[in-house]
Design a protein around this ligand. Structure first.
Ligand code: BGC
Length: 414
């Protein structure tokens, strides 16, 4: 063999060993809107700086329903991604199937037990073992308002149902779309969460959305909830059907609409458009829910992967849990950190408010998992609720029929 030949083999050998040393993670998620993608970029960069390449698997659709369908197909074909964005009860379901990895060593080395609140550990751990790294805490009972419209019409932030309706009337009369909304089941359900809390208060939310008590589901209070949903329906524009949530947010950003009722991922869209809280837009709690928080937490669930992929998987989990990442990511995403020890210095006015209200609600016992975002009941029950809420919102049932359907649908899904 010539020297050149030996040289070539050596060079080839070197490049394959570099190639096989290259670590990568494949991550399935539904962060496809502008603000979401920007937040995810923080994590991608973090890993790339550690020499771990990022294999992106985006599946659009808020609430993650489509993502969960794609995931099922991947796992069934024996090809699970490294990590998957997931919500609450879906995590428990996958854990029950025995296909998740184990993060116990990393968690104990990094002291996760002490800094992750119990409400999140409920989902990050299964049978006492860590299976997921929580990225954030979102809350869903927010109103996002266009400040110029509120100023122009002399509107104050409404604090109860009547004030809300009076404000929406004024916005509508002035020729704007009052409520920016996208007619997709998870978005209808996001508003429903807030209306349940505003109408019946924390105890009623607990009884109906978490305990699925048939008396609460079938009550007069629930009928009022549906009446109110029908009333809100009169403030959305004609083209709301099927609209993505971020396009509804854009209507508020562009001064076409007065308000959007949406989780705080909406703030990511305002920030991405260069808008400033209290100057261009306002964030306040859905009227009548000022003392309560309905939350959901995105977690990266780690699947069982071959030994060659485990080191990169642990690097991903460790990056997600680092206090600096939790601050940098959530500042952009609109959520708040999943750790209790992250300072609020870098957060804007809405973020600081979100952090304080989350802590206060936790203290007072008024922090509840969001039904719409998979933190109050398993997916089967949630989807049964979605169907009734959406059918009613689109006029298929009146409120009395919707109450009856809700009781029946939940009973048969359990
Ligand atoms: C997730 C958020 C996401 C939103 C819209 C929610 O279920 O928790 O992270 O931004 O859906 O896509």
């Amino acid at each position: 063999m010539t020297c050149a030949g030996i040289g070539m083999i050596a060079a080839f050998g070197l490049s394959t060993s570099i190639a096989s040393a290259q670590q990568s993670v494949e991550v399935l998620h539904w962060w496809t809107a502008g603000g979401e993608a920007k937040a995810l970029q923080v994590l991608k960069k973090d890993l790339e700086d550690q020499g771990v390449s990022w294999n992106d698997m985006p599946v659009a659709g808020g609430g993650g329903e489509q993502a969960m369908t794609v995931l099922r197909a991947r796992v069934t074909s024996g090809n699970a991604p490294t990590a998957v964005q997931m919500l609450g009860f879906d995590i428990k379901d996958w854990a029950g199937e025995g296909v998740l990895g184990n993060l116990d060593d990393l968690a104990s080395k990094e002291g996760w037990e002490e800094v992750v609140p119990d409400a999140l550990k409920e989902f990050s751990k299964y049978d006492g073992h860590w299976i997921a790294a929580p990225v954030n805490v979102h809350s869903t009972n927010w109103v996002w308002a266009n400040k110029a419209i509120f100023d122009e019409l002399g509107l104050k932030q409404p604090t109860n149902w009547d004030e809300l309706i009076a404000a929406l009337d004024k916005i509508k009369d002035a020729g704007y779309t009052a409520v920016a909304h996208g007619g997709q089941a998870w978005q209808d359900a996001t508003i429903f969460d807030a209306v349940v809390m505003a109408t019946g208060g924390p105890e009623f939310y607990q009884a109906s959305m978490i305990d699925t008590d048939p008396d609460a589901l079938g009550s007069d209070t629930m009928k009022t909830v549906f009446d109110r949903m029908a009333q809100l329906r009169t403030y959305v524009d004609d083209n709301f059907s099927g609209r993505d949530w971020n396009l509804a947010t854009a209507m508020v950003i562009n001064k076409e609409a007065g308000v959007q009722f949406m989780g705080d991922w909406a703030k990511g869209e305002f920030l991405n458009a260069g808008k400033v809280p209290d100057t261009d837009f306002m964030c306040f709690r859905f009227p009548g829910t000022q003392d309560a928080v309905t939350f959901n937490s995105d977690q990266f669930v780690m699947f069982q992967v071959g030994e060659d992929r485990q080191d990169a998987q642990m690097k991903l989990a460790s990056a997600v849990m680092s206090p600096s990442f939790q601050s940098a990511f959530n500042v952009v995403k609109g959520s708040v950190p999943a750790r209790t020890d992250v300072p609020n210095d870098d957060f804007d006015a809405c973020g600081k408010k979100g952090m304080a209200e989350l802590a206060a609600a936790n203290e007072k016992g008024t922090l509840f998992g969001s039904m719409a975002h998979g933190h109050s009941v398993p997916a089967g029950v949630k989807n049964a609720m979605y169907d009734v809420i959406t059918a009613h919102f689109n006029g298929e049932y009146d409120s009395a029929a919707a109450v009856e359907e809700l009781v029946n649908a939940v009973e048969s899904a359990q």
